[in-house]
Write a protein that binds this ligand. Structure first.
Ligand code: GAR
Length: 218
């Protein structure tokens, strides 16, 4: 486990230990990242690849909301961004079929849901068995579903955090790869708490991708 005091006097705890990760060997992982909004996690992964702390490449960014900031970030990184607007599809399955097709066209091996705010179906999950990861802004299994940060604040918990997990058909329920704990401070607002959770998400997501890949997809 890693215990890290942070500048504002709070602290975070990450498990498994990311300070003792063995270097990744072999060919870079070919990632497809899916994002709905800001894309700060997408960018953290791109940065980790640039910094050589993650041996991977991002072959494509998929986004579902026109104007999503994630698309502009992809542009700056020279990563192809493909808009699949869910409003233009008759069903979740029809959207997921288009997603699978796009990911396969870009030769993606691992699918990374980085702030993808749509429920995904077995059409997508079964195309990438045990090779899909999601990040969620709570310590699962607490506070599944929408507005996880708000749920934690309302519940009055004193510690929350973020989780990277495998994607299975039941929402926010797949095997947990990595978690970081984040204390809830007495004067926290939704924004301040989510900002501190984001900092930990950016730390653990690239590492969790490496851990998941090292565990294989069997
Ligand atoms: C992240 O906090 C992520 O955990 C959350 O959306 C945010 C996306 O931020 N995901 C979910 O709530 C999924 N249920 P980003 O666009 O800046 O990466």
């Amino acid at each position: 486990m890693t215990f890290n005091p942070t500048a504002n006097g709070s602290s975070s705890l990450v498990s498994p230990d990311i300070s003792a990760m063995p270097p990744q060997s072999g060919a870079p992982l070919k990632l497809g990242v899916m994002a709905s909004g800001s894309g700060s996690n997408f960018e953290a992964i791109a940065q980790a690849i640039a910094d050589r702390t993650l041996n991977a490449q991002i072959n494509v960014l998929l986004y579902n909301n026109p104007g999503a900031k994630a698309a502009a970030r992809a542009d700056r990184w020279g990563i192809p961004a493909v808009l699949l607007n869910h409003r233009e599809f008759a069903s979740r399955e029809a959207l997921d079929e288009a997603i699978v097709e796009t990911l396969q066209q870009h030769e993606v091996e691992w699918v990374i849901m980085a702030g993808w705010m749509r429920i995904v179906t077995p059409v997508l999950i079964n195309a990438f068995p045990r090779r899909m990861l999601n990040i969620h802004p709570s310590l699962l299994p607490s506070f599944k579903g929408n507005r996880a940060v708000e749920q934690a604040l309302t519940a009055g918990v004193k510690i929350t955090g973020c989780t990277v997990h495998l994607v299975v058909p039941e929402v926010d329920s797949g095997g947990i790869i990595m978690q970081a704990a984040v204390p809830v401070l007495p004067d926290d607002t939704l924004e301040t708490l989510h900002d501190r959770i984001h900092i930990q998400e950016h730390r653990i997501f690239p590492q969790a991708i490496a851990v998941a890949a090292s565990q294989g997809s069997d």
